[in-house]
Design a protein around this ligand. Structure first.
Ligand SMILES: [Zn+2]
Length: 492
C-alpha cells in the first residue's frame, strides 16, 4: 500500500479553446495565470483547478501548484506566449522534484501559431521532463484530440456535461487514477478513435446529447477500464485533426474490451449523426417562435455570438430585431460586450441619458452598431461570483451598465464573456422572472443557470463566428471528408 501522505502531485496546464477564424492572435497579456498559493486558493471552486486541489487535499496528498494559464476562447495563440508558459511549466516541474504524479489541466482545442496540437506538444514536453511517473489530464469536451497526445498520457478525463458543471469531478477522477496506478505499480494507457464529425454544439442537458451521454455511462459501467470519454470536438478550428473522438483509459489487461467499447460508441455516434443536426433560426424567426409561447419567461440565446466559442459578444443582430419588434419592457438582454459604451455610461452616471453607438464594433459579420439614445438605469463594477457552472469562481466582466433603450433593459459589459447564470442580471437589479423574454449570448453553458426557470428556450442563430452553420468556415488543414459539410464523409 502506498503511503498517501508522501505523495506529491503536480498541477499545471494551459487551457484555451482556439477559434482559428477569429481575427488576430491571442497574446500573453490576454491570459490570466494562477501560480502557487493563488492556485491552491481555487479550492472549493467547481472548476478543473479547484477540483484537482480539493481532490489532492481530501486524499491527503500534497498538491504542488506549478502554473495554470487560461483565457476566453479567442484566436490562435501567439507563439511567444505559448513558449513562455510552456517553459515556465517545464522549469517548475523540474524544480518540484521529486513528484509522484502530475495532473495536466487542459482544454483540448488549443492551437498555437505553428503548433496545431497544443496539448500534444505540451504533454510530450512534460513527459520528457517527468519520465514514467503517472501523468493524467482533464479536458473540456470541446477538445479536438490526437492519438499523439493520448500517447503521452496515462489518463484522459473529459468533462461529460455541456454545460460543463462537472469539471471539478473529472479533476478528482484524474487525481484518483494516479493513486490507483501507484498502488498497482502499473501505468494505464490511452486509446483514441477519431471520427470525421464536426459536431454542432450539443447540450447534454436534454435531447440527443443527454441520451448519448447516458449510453456512454452505461457502456462504461459494463466495460472493465479506468474511463471512457467523449470529446464532442470544436468545429470552429481549422486543424488537421478537427472532429469528435472517443477515448479509453485502461490497464493492459483491459485493452481488448476497452477497444471494443470505444469502437462500439464511435459507431453509434456515426450511425446517429443526423440527430445532431442543429436548427438554425435567424433573429426574426427566433423572436416569432418565442412570441408563440404562452408561458414565461422564454429564454432566447444568441448561440452564434458566444464569447465562449470565440465570438466578440458585441453582435447586434438579435438586439436590433428585438428593438424593431417593439418588445419594450417585456424583454431584457444581458449582455453585449462594449467597453466604450459601458465607460460612457459610467462617466455620465445613473439618471443620465446618453447618445450611444452600441455594439457591432468588432467586425462586419456581427452587425452594425445600434445608434440610439439610452437612459442609464444602474451601474456595476462587473466583479461577480459564478453560481452554477464554475460555481464559487470569481469572474470579472468589467464595468457594466444597465441601459434602457425604447423601454427595454439592455445590459453592457466591458470584458468578453458569455452569460453563464443570472448574476449579470441581478448585479444591475434585474429579476428575470418579471420579463416575458430573457435574452442572452451563450450556446449552452447558460442552461446551468436558466434551464430550471425558462418556460421554453429558443435558439437564435444570427450571423456570427459561432453559428450552427459550420459549412461557412473554409477548411484548409483537414484532409478528410467531414460530416455534415461533406456528404461523401464516411466512417470507419
Ligand atoms: Zn467547452
Amino acid at each position: 500500500m502506498t503511503d498517501k501522505k508522501q505523495l506529491r502531485i503536480a498541477l499545471a496546464g494551459i487551457s484555451h479553446e482556439t477559434n482559428t477564424y477569429c481575427q488576430g492572435q491571442t497574446p500573453k497579456a490576454d491570459f490570466y495565470t494562477l501560480r502557487g498559493a493563488k492556485m491552491l486558493a481555487s479550492a472549493g471552486q467547481e472548476s478543473d483547478v479547484g477540483g484537482a486541489v480539493d481532490a489532492c487535499v481530501s486524499q491527503g496528498f500534497e498538491p504542488v501548484p506549478v502554473l495554470f494559464a487560461s483565457t476566453q476562447p479567442s484566436g490562435t495563440i501567439a507563439r511567444e506566449a505559448y513558449e513562455e508558459f510552456k517553459e515556465e511549466i517545464l522549469t517548475g516541474l523540474t524544480a518540484a522534484a521529486p513528484l509522484d504524479g502530475c495532473v495536466l489541466l487542459l482544454h483540448g482545442a488549443g492551437v498555437v501559431d505553428g503548433i496545431e496540437d497544443l496539448e500534444g506538444d505540451l504533454a510530450q514536453a512534460v513527459r520528457e521532463v517527468l519520465g514514467d511517473i503517472p501523468i493524467t489530464a482533464t479536458f473540456d469536451l470541446h477538445g479536438n484530440a490526437t492519438q499523439f497526445m493520448a500517447d503521452q498520457l496515462n489518463g484522459i478525463f473529459v468533462c461529460r456535461q455541456y454545460p460543463h458543471i462537472d469539471l471539478h469531478l473529472r479533476a478528482a477522477d484524474a487525481v484518483a487514477a494516479i493513486l490507483d496506478m501507484l498502488e498497482r505499480g502499473v501505468n494505464a494507457t490511452c486509446h483514441l478513435l477519431s471520427l470525421p464529425i464536426l459536431l454542432p454544439t450539443t447540450t447534454t442537458f436534454e435531447g440527443v446529447g443527454e441520451a448519448t451521454l447516458a449510453d456512454l455511462l452505461d457502456l462504461q459501467a459494463r466495460t472493465p477500464c479506468v474511463d471512457l470519454s467523449w470529446f464532442h470536438g470544436f468545429p470552429y478550428t481549422d486543424v488537421a485533426h478537427v472532429g469528435s473522438s472517443v477515448v479509453a483509459t485502461c490497464y493492459p489487461e483491459q485493452l481488448e474490451q476497452a477497444q471494443v467499447a470505444i469502437a462500439s460508441f464511435a459507431q453509434q455516434l456515426w450511425d446517429g449523426r443526423e440527430q445532431f443536426r442543429a436548427r438554425s433560426l435567424d433573429a426574426q424567426q427566433a423572436l416569432a417562435e418565442a412570441q408563440q409561447c404562452d408561458s414565461f419567461p422564454v429564454v432566447i440565446h444568441e448561440t452564434s455570438d458566444n464569447c465562449g466559442g470565440g465570438s466578440p459578444g458585441d453582435g447586434t443582430h438579435l438586439l436590433r430585431a428585438m428593438l424593431d419588434a417593439g418588445l419594450g419592457n417585456e424583454a431584457c438582454f444581458a449582455f453585449l460586450v462594449d467597453a466604450e459604451t459601458a465607460t460612457q455610461a459610467h462617466k455620465a452616471g445613473v439618471g443620465s441619458s446618453i447618445a450611444i453607438r452600441l455594439g457591432g464594433k468588432t467586425d462586419q459579420l456581427h452587425g452594425e452598431p445600434v445608434e440610439t439614445t439610452a437612459y442609464v438605469k444602474a451601474l456595476h463594477d462587473g466583479r461577480l461570483i459564478m453560481q452554477h457552472m464554475f460555481r464559487g469562481a470569481p469572474i470579472n466582466i468589467g464595468p457594466m451598465a444597465r441601459l434602457v433603450i425604447d423601454d427595454m433593459d439592455v445590459v453592457v459589459s466591458s470584458r468578453r464573456s458569455q452569460t453563464f447564470d443570472r448574476e449579470p442580471f441581478l448585479a444591475v437589479g434585474i429579476d428575470v422572472h418579471r420579463y416575458k423574454y430573457v435574452t442572452l449570448k451563450s450556446s449552452n453553458h447558460f442552461r446551468a443557470g436558466f434551464q430550471h426557470l425558462a418556460s421554453q428556450i429558443v435558439t437564435a442563430d444570427t450571423p456570427g463566428l459561432t453559428t450552427h452553420q459550420i459549412e461557412i468556415f473554409p477548411r484548409q488543414k483537414t484532409k478528410r471528408r467531414l460530416w455534415p459539410i461533406d456528404s461523401q464523409a464516411s466512417y470507419p
